[in-house]
Design a protein around this ligand. Structure first.
Ligand SMILES: Cc1cc2nc3c(=O)[nH]c(=O)nc-3n(C[C@H](O)[C@H](O)[C@H](O)COP(=O)(O)O)c2cc1C
Length: 196
């Protein structure tokens, strides 16, 4: 098994940011911007659904790097990255974070499905790369027994750190747990994950 890259203490940290198709996807742009300002090199992987909420161009402008949406895309070996993009991107990461994480992608990660770019890259993350999950969904979805079970299954793997959803008035008008954690709290969790 390949081991994750070890950054030297003064080199920029590589953040792989996964964005799913939830209403909180627009907040991922703020997270991305804040992470870049904090000195991270950021690459973004979006699900096809996520691109319906926020355009990849936003993240490309913020990161200065193409966004990966197509699981079957191949690269051209530029900047030392191999043509097998999902493996190369996974190896590039010092820390990975999915924000927002939808119920659907949470289920894919729990069940080992890899049928889009995000779930494929996350499947390829080397063991030892800190991986944060920031769910956001309607309270009924979060409380759904199948989502609860999928959360337990992911916990059992011991590979993921949750940045828990908050209780608030949600976009759908319901009040309850399911709001994306605050961006500064997610950024702090990312920083903590790569702290020496
Ligand atoms: C307006 C709108 C908002 C949505 N918000 C969420 C959400 O916050 N969380 C969630 O899990 N699903 C949400 N969904 C449903 C997802 O978009 C849907 O399950 C989609 O298949 C998720 O795909 P992905 O996980 O590949 O991004 C929303 C759908 C719509 C139309």
């Amino acid at each position: 098994m390949s081991s994750p890259q070890k950054p030297s203490s003064d080199s920029p940290r590589h953040l792989l940011l996964g964005v799913c198709g939830g209403i909180a996807a627009y907040k991922a742009a703020d997270l991305c911007s804040q992470a870049v300002k904090a000195g991270f090199h950021v690459r973004v992987v979006m699900t096809p659904s996520a691109t319906r909420f926020v355009g990849p161009l936003t993240f490309e402008a913020l990161t200065g790097h193409p966004v990966m949406v197509d699981a079957l895309a191949t690269g051209h070996g530029s900047d030392g990255v191999s043509a097998i993009e999902h493996i190369a991107w996974a190896k590039w990461a010092h820390v990975a974070c999915v924000a927002p994480l939808t119920a659907s992608t949470l289920g894919k990660l729990a069940c080992g499905l890899a049928d889009d770019a995000l779930s494929t890259v996350w499947m390829a993350l080397p063991d030892g790369v800190p991986s944060l999950l920031c769910p956001a969904m309607n309270t009924a979805m979060w409380d759904n027994p199948v989502v609860r079970r999928n959360v337990r299954w992911l916990d059992e793997l011991g590979r993921y750190t949750w940045v828990d959803p908050t209780s608030k008035r949600l976009a759908c008008g319901d009040v309850g747990v399911g709001g994306l954690a605050e961006v500064p709290d997610i950024l702090e969790a990312i920083r903590a994950a790569v702290a020496p």
